[in-house]
Write a protein that binds this ligand. Sequence first.
Ligand SMILES: Nc1ncnc2c1ncn2[C@@H]1O[C@H](COP(=O)(O)OP(=O)(O)OP(=O)(O)O)[C@@H](O)[C@H]1O
Length: 229
Amino acid sequence: MSDLAVERVSKDYGTVLALDDVSLSVDPGELHCLAGPNGSGKSTLFRVFLGLTSPTSGEVARPPSGQLGTSFQEPAFYPSLTVGENIEVFRGLAGNPDLEWVRRVVRVFNLPKVLERQAGDLSGGYSKQLDLALGLLNEPEYLLLDEPLTDLDDVTTESLLSFLESYADAGNAVLVSSHRIAEFAATLDRLTVMDGGRVVYDERREAIDGVGPKQIERVYRRAIAERRD
Ligand SMILES: Nc1ncnc2c1ncn2[C@@H]1O[C@H](COP(=O)(O)OP(=O)(O)OP(=O)(O)O)[C@@H](O)[C@H]1O
C-alpha cells in the first residue's frame, strides 16, 4: 500500500452504508480529484484518511501526522484572533516552518491585505483562504482538501489551482474533493468518481478519454449513469 491508502474499506452508520468496499491510494506527485454527487461518501472517505473516524471493516495506511495537512469542511482557525495572529499560532503548531514558505502561502491566498482583521469577521471567501493557508503551513507531503474552491472568486481559484499543480509536481500528494469537476480538468492527474459509497471510476489522466473540461464532465456523468442503470 501507498503511505496514504485504504484497502477494502466499508463504513456503515447504522442502516446507511457510507463506504462500500473502497480501495484507493493517494500517491506522491499526483493532483488527485475525488468527485461525486452529494452523499456519495467523499467526506466519509476523507474522515477515514484523516483518522477522524474508523472504518467498520478494511485497512487504512496513514503517514505520520506531521506529513498530513488538511482543510476540511468547517474552518479550524481561532475567530477571536486576527489573521496574522492565527498564522503565528499555527506556524508554532507546525513546528516553525521556513519563513519564506509561510510568506509564499500567505501570498497565494491573498492574505497580506487582511492580516490585521479579526478572523471571525472575514467573508466566506477569505475564511476559506485562511483555512487553506493554515493547512499548508507545515508543508505536508500529503494534502487533503475538501471542496477547496467553495466561496473562492475566479482569480483566487486560478491562483490556487496553479499552486496545487506545482505542489503536486514537486512530489507531494494532493487529494481534493470537488463538485466543480470541470475546474480541475486542466490540472488533475487522476480522477476518482464515487457514487453510493462506491468507487465507480478511477483513472490517471493518460487514460481519460479527452482531457478538456467538457470531456471530464462527460466521463464523470457517464460513470455515475452506468452505475445507476
Ligand atoms: N455521522 C453520520 N451519521 C449517519 N449518516 C451519515 C453520517 N455521516 C454521513 N452519513 C451518510 O453517509 C452517506 C455519505 O455521506 P458523505 O458526507 O460521506 O457524502 P459526501 O459525498 O461527502 O456528500 P456531500 O458532497 O454532500 O458532502 C450519506 O448518505 C450521509 O447521509
